[in-house]
Design a protein around this ligand. Sequence first.
Ligand code: NAP
Length: 261
Amino acid sequence: MSWRVLVLGGTAEGRRLTEKLAALPGVEVIYSIAGRVAAPALPTAARIRVGGFGGVDGLASYLRDAGIAAVIDATHPYAALMTAAAVTGSNAAAVPLLVVRRPGWPETDGDDWHRVPSLAAAAAALGGFGERVFLTTGRSGIAAFAGSDRHWFLLRSIEAPSPPMPARMDVLLERGPFTVEGETALMRGHRIDVIVTKNSGGPLTAAKLVAARHLGLPVLMVDRPPLPPGTPAVATPEDAVAWFTDWSGRPMGHAPVDDSG
Ligand code: NAP
């Protein structure tokens, strides 16, 4: 008998959580990614499933058909569609859900942050800053800046972007972690005036904010989408493992999968 856990991944936390859960006796992990990245980083100790579920109904059917005992959503803090579907779909399938949400970066002394509610709001606010923009919001967000003719963009993303996108743009295909020294040199070398970023949190991509602080550069910080009200959430994979061991010691919802036959 084993507990089958679905981890919604695409993050370092998702991978770490998967390795920790899979090390528990009697736990089988299915690690799910959207499938947008050509060479995704993956955990070693899980079955991997790739691609969307087909919305809320598709996810609820998957949870029932695959005999999932619990769902842990460890997607990126800005993957709001997936998290909303996880909340509704797990509820529909009567499968317990937990969200792992890493804390955002705090604004500290010397920072010059300008909070905006969306990528569209960031694009609209650019007129108040200089011409040369460092964009670290990912290739999927580039369309929001397609009409910004008066600015030049340096986009850093893991995969190449596709139109619509700004007319004046250079693309840097890179995956973190990044260093403060590297980020400082990059911003100086490209004579960056302003940075546009999401408050992703975590250590892998925080160096750009330290570099911006040292260089006195303004940062347009796109707010995180809120979690659906009442969603149970923890900050770290370790907290999620504690939730799971506590919960699975007191079974409720789906019974463990009988995979003995
Ligand atoms: P999203 O807008 O919330 O999701 C769009 C659709 O992609 C979902 O409705 C779902 O399709 C599918 N999907 C998303 N995550 C999935 C997963 N882990 N497994 C299976 N299907 C998934 O998501 P996103 O912002 O595009 O992010 C996609 C992936 O990249 C996530 O795994 C996320 O953790 C990772 N990521 C995102 C960011 C970011 O800034 N948004 C940054 C780093 C990594 P269906 O409706 O068909 O089920």
